[in-house]
Structure formats: structure tokens, C-alpha cells
Design a protein around this ligand. Structure first.
Ligand SMILES: [Zn+2]
Length: 342
């Protein structure tokens, strides 16, 4: 088994809006993002008379303008025949409705992602900022920061102006015929409710979405809708599903470069999370909140957006240790949860 990742397209420079054919009939398209993670990779699959698009980009003027150029440029004036998204995060689903409506194309995703997208867009109870503040407040986030979240309003709509009102449901293990070959869906949990990666044996590649990234570790979070969840356990189990794929599979991640080396990457991610868990255990010398423990996992200063994801990730790790019986959780008079060693 190779113990390192290889990047077969390492020499290829790809600017936003540009495409490269990574395997026959599968084109890599880079799109800009207006935050620290500065790009997302989308995938265009050539059909006989058009295209299937996997993931769509954040809904912003620059992304729409790049798509307009692509329609007549790299996409040769051929229509989009199907829009598929791996999950409901704005950088993936943001332009799905715009693309589907423009080409009267059917939209595909899992039920978990479809329902979560609508719940987040409408700010339904549990998905709203009030619930988020209450959840994070119980984990020690100071009220001053919570107020700033409240002023921010529904940030989901910032990158998702509208959503498809109907969809074609993808189930785990489904086979989708796209680009002339079969793609099997592989479910993933812990990053989003029901993420779907797509694997093609014929093309020897995996459209991994956010579940398998070459450089950064995927955000694993416990959020307000299921605050007691151990999100890390199903996430790690999801990673193990990829171990059955052939070693020479080309992984097409949503961020970073296409790479080979699923097995060493999954091993490295397991090691990473075990190390983080160990660091948390070592740091807990008295009952502590998730917010107090944030520097153990993320030793740097955060903006609000990053704090949100970092705190959700910290809670996921602490809940994992709590569920495993390694930590105990108490709720104090200030209503904050504090974790201590058993
Ligand atoms: Zn995501």
C-alpha cells in the first residue's frame, strides 16, 4: 500500500472559471469562494448531448458570471441535463436552483440534504440563529459573541438565493448513470446530514465532495438540532467506507487538488482525530466548557464564522469522549455544560 498521496495534476494551474479534463469525460471546474477557503471544485460530466453538473458553487455575482462564460465556452453551448449536489452547504448547492431552472434540468440530492437546505434557508426552529446561540451558550460561548451572531441574521441565504422546490432523491448505494457510466453513491455522515460521494469503477474515480480532502481535515460538527450527538463516530465510520475502493482511485475533492492515496489519507485522518481527542483529554484538569477548550484544538484567533465551525467541531470531539465514557458531562447552575475526566 502506498503511504503517501500523489497529485497527478500537480503541474496544472487552474484559475477560477477554468476547466481541465481530469479523466475522459470528467472535467474539473474551479469556482471562487468569498471566504478563507478560497475555491471550490465542481465537476462537469460530458453526456452525449449535454452535461451533468456535480455541485454548483456559492451564489455570488462572480460565480454566475463565470458560469455564463462556461455555457458558451468550455461547455460548447450544450445544455445542463442534470444537477447533482453532494450536500447542502452553500458552496455546493448555492447555484443549483439557478442552473436547474435555466436549463429545466432535474435536481438530485439526498433527502437529508434537501430537507436541511430548506430548513436552514427558512431558519426553522433548531436551524435558526436563536437555537445556535442557545446551543453554543450552553457550551460556554460568551454572550457578547452570541449577540454578534444574532445581528448576522440568516447567513445561509447569503450564498443560496433560492432552492429547488422538488428533487430526485438519492439513496445510499444507488447507481446513477452519468456521463455514459455508472456512479455508485457512498453516504457520509458527521459533516452534513446525508452527504453523498459518487464512485465510478469505469472512470476509476471518486467525486468525494467534502468527505475526503487532501490537505485540510473536513469539519465535523455537533449543531443545535442534535446537540447531544457524537458526530465524530459516524464520520470516522464513513471514512472507512472509502477503504474498500481500489488504491489507484483518483479522488476528486471539493477543495484542493485531485489525488491518489485513499488508504493513507483515511489513516492520516483517523490519526489526526485520535491525536485531537488525546489532546483534549490531556488538557482537562478540571471541569471545562467546549469554549474554554477551543485553543487546544485550534490554537489561533478566529473570526465569527470560523468560531462557529470550530466550536461545533470541539463539541463533536467532547461528545465523542462523553459517549465513550471517557469524559463525564455536568450542567452547572449557569446552565453551561462542563466536561471532566471520569
Ligand atoms: Zn461542506
Amino acid at each position: 500500500m502506498p503511504n503517501r498521496l500523489s497529485y497527478p495534476l500537480h503541474d496544472q494551474l487552474l484559475d477560477p472559471g477554468q476547466t481541465i479534463e481530469v479523466v475522459p469525460g470528467v472535467h474539473w471546474l474551479k469556482m471562487p469562494l468569498p471566504f478563507a477557503l478560497n475555491h471550490i471544485n465542481l465537476w462537469l460530466l460530458r453526456e452525449e448531448r449535454g452535461w451533468t453538473v456535480v455541485d454548483t458553487g456559492f451564489d455570488a455575482e462572480d460565480s454566475r458570471a463565470l458560469w455564463e462564460q462556461l455555457f458558451s465556452g468550455a461547455m460548447a453551448g450544450l445544455p445542463i441535463q442534470r444537477v447533482v449536489v453532494t450536500h447542502y452547504h452553500p458552496d455546493h448547492i448555492g447555484l443549483a436552483d439557478w442552473l436547474a431552472q435555466r436549463f429545466t434540468a432535474p435536481f438530485y440530492c439526498s433527502l437529508g440534504e434537501f430537507a436541511s437546505a430548506h430548513a436552514a434557508w427558512h431558519g426553522l426552529p433548531g436551524f435558526d440563529v436563536v437555537a445556535l446561540n442557545a446551543h453554543f451558550g450552553r457550551h460556554g460561548l460568551p454572550a457578547s459573541k452570541a449577540i454578534q451572531y444574532r445581528e448576522r441574521g440568516n447567513s445561509y441565504r447569503f450564498g443560496v438565493k433560492s432552492l429547488p422546490v422538488s428533487f430526485n432523491r438519492i439513496l445510499a448505494g444507488d447507481t446513477l448513470a452519468m456521463g455514459g457510466v455508472d456512479w455508485v453513491t457512498i453516504p457520509g455522515y458527521g459533516h452534513s446530514p446525508e452527504h453523498m460521494a459518487l464512485y465510478s469503477k469505469e472512470k476509476q474515480c471518486l467525486i468525494a465532495g467534502d468527505m475526503l480532502l487532501p490537505k485540510i481535515s473536513t469539519n465535523v460538527g455537533t449543531w443545535a438540532t442534535d446537540p447531544d450527538a457524537d458526530a465524530l463516530k459516524p464520520f470516522l465510520a464513513s471514512l472507512d467506507r472509502f477503504l474498500d475502493l481500489p488504491e489507484d482511485t483518483l479522488v476528486l475533492p471539493s477543495h484542493g487538488r485531485p489525488f491518489r492515496g485513499i488508504q493513507p489519507r483515511v489513516a492520516a485522518l483517523h490519526a489526526h482525530h485520535q491525536e485531537r481527542l488525546g489532546a483534549l483529554i490531556a488538557a482537562i484538569q478540571r471541569p471545562m466548557t467546549a469554549f474554554e477548550l477551543l485553543p487546544v484544538l485550534f490554537g489561533r484567533v478566529f473570526d465569527l464564522y470560523q468560531t462557529m465551525f470550530a466550536l461545533a467541531e470541539c463539541i463533536a470531539h467532547l461528545n465523542h469522549l462523553w459517549h465513550a465514557g471517557i469524559l463525564r458531562r455536568q450542567q452547572d447552575a449557569d446552565l453551561c455544560y462542563r466536561f471532566s475526566r471520569v
